[in-house]
Design a protein around this ligand. Sequence first.
Ligand code: TRH
Length: 363
Amino acid sequence: MINQRWDIFCKIVDNFGDIGVCWRLARQLRVEHGLDVRLWIDDLSAAQAIIPSLDTEKNLQICDEINITKWDENAAFSQARDVVIEAFACGLPPRYLVAMVRQQSKWVNLEYLSAEDWVADFHAKPSPQSYLNSANGLTRYFYFPGFTEATGGLIRERNTLDRHSDFVRNDHDDLKISLFCYPNAPIKDLLFALQTNIHRVSVYVPESNILPQIADFFDAETIDAGDYFSRDNLQVHILPFLSQVDYDQLLRDCDINFVRGEDSWLRAIWVGKPFIWQPYVQDEGAHIKKLEAFLDLFYAHLSEKKVLYEAHGYWSAGQLPNNIWNAYLQQWPTIKTYTLQRSEHLAQQADLAAKLVIFCNKL
Ligand code: TRH
């Protein structure tokens, strides 16, 4: 397995999830499995938020032992690698497919994470391809991450469950909350509820597209990283967009984490603290099915789970009544104990990178 050469193709569609997942996976394949990984990225400027050392002017470079190649139509597609990971059905360049046929590369499409039941039925299924001619020998495999043994597993590095951190230095006994969500979340409802909380609350907000809502709540004309606002029992700290390592630490330090999409969702699970997840909005309410499937799976063994369904449901629907939030807070100690146990239980399963390497070896 050592020195096997892998390619990962990443198209940044929207937000940071695509590159966030690809970067974590690339690093883990390199560090924990010794693979020679090349990561193709179509939008280096967007990727720089996740890979701060990336030079957006360079088409070829090495960051953290990963070969990064700018993916545009002028790129050299003549050398395909042993294993090719197509992230989130991003579509491979036709000239690269020609090289894959020559190399007889193993081709895996990494899918989005979902806790829905159908995932296990579709995971690892082959789809013979007929590019160039009908029998080119290429087969594209669907690789579905997931929460059960019958799926492709969850991204989790070796040190993920190391819970020590001191990112947020806060001497007070405040309730600490991190806030990362989509702009349609009821951010002002949340801030209003927190303002009237009986204990002090500190909210940490890494820079993202929700800052206008926060500025609006505090009647601020501008808002930037480093700003601090307070009203009654609520303090809000605006942070810069953090490195993944620092973001993970922030999650470890907070008592409640609001997370979104795919990668921050998973990190919130691994830190074992209560969290509220907002799924990425999809057509025809597909994200609500995804949310319900996850709540059913994750809180399966919690008897008092109504409050979790309500808090998540309202958060995704764009309003958060005070009584729902207060009910959630009342349950918080129970949710805290449960989340930690559930996180540790899930971490007993093999992780995605380990399963992916075994899967590709067997192809
Ligand atoms: O940015 P996202 O909304 O990404 C989404 C989802 O992945 C969604 O499933 C996908 O369909 C869509 O993109 C295209 O949320 P996500 O997945 O949590 O990704 C955010 C990444 O940013 C994650 O790797 C954590 C990282 N991050 C930091 O590194 N620093 C920060 O300060 C913050 C807030 C996040």
